[in-house]
Design a protein around this ligand. Structure first.
Ligand SMILES: NC(=O)c1ccc[n+]([C@@H]2O[C@H](COP(=O)([O-])OP(=O)(O)OC[C@H]3O[C@@H](n4cnc5c(N)ncnc54)[C@H](OP(=O)(O)O)[C@@H]3O)[C@@H](O)[C@H]2O)c1
Length: 156
């Protein structure tokens, strides 16, 4: 799974990302390039139309609505079906909060950007328990002035 979180595990606010961090967008693009990306219907809808489907990636969208249409993506109605679809491929779960929570038990790697910001949000990343381990990357400063670092967690 791949996400970026502010203090308190905040990942979203009002259907959107509550920050602008170009370096993290690039990190997301580079990490997920040529992989399958699995996302919830709300995350899909939060992508600007010109960026969806995410290019050079197999896009899989989860919804409980079997009639939902997401042009350029494959639509599935259960997490099991999504995971079956991408089995054997390099794939990333890329949100949002509902999908991260549901997929946490199946994940074997968590690529987490910690952002040094305190933000009021309404969507949260799952808690990362002691079964996970990462060597924190160095703190970096975005050209926007925001500090962030990247942690690549593996299951112990
Ligand atoms: N900081 C980050 O790295 C990051 C990454 C991604 C997203 N986000 C943020 O997260 C927020 C969106 O997250 P969210 O939790 O509100 O929504 P979400 O996880 O993107 O999507 C939720 C929707 O997914 C579908 N769904 C959920 N579980 C399902 C299941 N088991 N089977 C089938 N469909 C299922 C449902 O769609 P239907 O209602 O259509 O049935 C549900 O309403 C936004 O603010 C976004 O910007 C942040």
């Amino acid at each position: 799974m791949i996400w970026a979180q502010a203090h308190g595990r905040v990942i979203g606010s009002d259907g959107d990302l509550p920050w602008h961090l170009p370096e993290d967008m690039r990190h997301f693009r580079e990490t997920t390039a040529d992989c399958a990306v699995v996302m919830g219907r709300k995350q899909w809808e939060s992508l600007p139309e010109r960026f969806r489907p995410l290019p050079r990636r197999r896009n899989v969208v989860l919804t409980r609505n079997p009639a939902y249409s997401a042009p350029g993506a494959e639509v599935v109605t259960s997490l099991d079906r999504a995971l079956d679809l991408v089995a054997g491929e390099d794939s990333w779960i890329c949100g949002g909060g509902e999908i991260y929570a549901a997929a946490m038990p199946y994940a074997h790697r968590l690529m987490v950007t910690e952002i040094d910001l305190t933000i009021e949000g309404d969507t949260y990343a799952p808690e990362i328990g002691p079964e996970w381990h990462a060597e924190p990357g160095p703190w970096q400063t975005s050209r926007t002035g925001t500090h962030f670092r990247i942690l690549d967690y593996r299951r112990r």
